[in-house]
Design a protein around this ligand. Structure first.
Ligand code: AMP
Length: 296
């Protein structure tokens, strides 16, 4: 049995706002954890992180059609709602918001929010329009809930940087908190899409993180040429035939532009197809000796 009461579930913006207004009247801090459901330990930690005295945590569960491209897994994306509500309860969420697609995108919906430029690298070129779908739905969720704090996971590093830029550029009155990536014991980043993996593919999948660890080790050992680091990490990925790399890149942690000489804070990121799953992972590295330890 969970030590928390079952969270209330609402599916309309009106009901959501009524509930949040009640909390606001009591001066409680409101935290939003947006998800697409199929919740796992990684999500659970985000929800737990949001909790605390005088705080109320809203978890949204919405498989956002606008961030899936043609041929991607929108229809197949797992939607185990009852289990998800159990995770929300165990993690101490207060409210679960499960809008229908028509609630978020009513007939005639015509607006897109686009953060220009930050989608030129990493997943951007491989998933055209994906981040526009993400920023549009996140802005909508922020407007629906009106939270003081938004919690996202580092696992989706590019998403976190892009949403952070949107918040800054549009003066949105919310504080973004980016939580560390939660991993399986063998290093595989937890993901709803790991459920697509066969046992054999599951055994191969930790190669993504192994490649990132290799990159990190090369940088710590003094390598400063991105190409050399990528070659070493790529060799690790290539050793695992079930893992078909889509990209392996090193970008500046703020601008997301590719770097050649490593300095400051960088993100080493990888995407690969393993069976029918497309998996992503990354590590953020402060390059030793470059003064990149400052927060920017
Ligand atoms: P998703 O349901 O995949 O859209 O993810 C919802 C939120 O959970 C996003 O902010 C993700 O970055 C975060 N998240 C997903 N997997 C992990 C993980 N393994 N560790 C930390 N955060 C995660």
């Amino acid at each position: 049995m969970s030590r928390w009461p079952a969270p209330e579930r609402v599916s309309t913006v009106t009901a959501l706002r009524r509930r949040v207004a009640g909390w606001r009247a009591r001066r409680l801090e409101v935290v939003l954890v947006p998800t697409m459901g199929a919740l796992h330990e990684g999500h659970r930690r985000l929800i737990e992180r949001g909790g605390g005295r005088n705080r109320r945590v809203v978890v949204s569960i919405f498989v956002n059609p606008a961030q899936f491209g043609p041929g991607e897994d929108f229809a197949a994306y797992p939607r185990p709602l009852a289990a998800d509500i159990g995770v929300c309860r165990a993690a101490g969420a207060h409210l679960v918001f499960t809008p229908r697609v028509e609630e978020v995108y009513p007939e005639g919906f015509a607006t897109t929010v686009r953060v220009a430029g930050l989608d030129r690298t990493l997943c951007g070129p491989h998933r055209p329009g994906h981040f526009d779908g993400v920023t549009t739905v996140v802005l909508k969720l922020l407007n629906m809930v009106g939270p003081d704090r938004l919690i996202l996971g580092r696992k989706d590093a590019q998403q976190a940087v892009i949403v952070g830029r949107m918040i800054r550029d549009l003066d949105l009155p919310v504080r973004l908190e980016v939580a560390p990536t939660v991993r399986e014991r063998d290093g595989l980043a937890m993901s709803s899409r790991n459920r697509y993996l066969s046992p054999e593919e599951r055994r191969a999948a930790p190669a993504l993180f192994a490649a990132l660890r290799e990159a990190q080790a090369r940088i710590r050992a003094g390598e400063r040429e991105a190409a050399a680091v990528i070659a070493a990490a790529g060799a690790v990925l290539a050793g695992q035939p079930l893992v078909r790399a889509q990209y392996l890149e090193i970008v500046d942690a703020v601008s997301l532009e590719r770097v050649e000489r490593l300095t400051g804070r960088v993100i080493v990121a990888v995407a690969a197809h393993v069976g029918r799953a497309r998996l992503i992972d990354n590590v953020v590295v402060t390059v030793p000796g470059s003064g990149g330890g400052r927060r920017r």
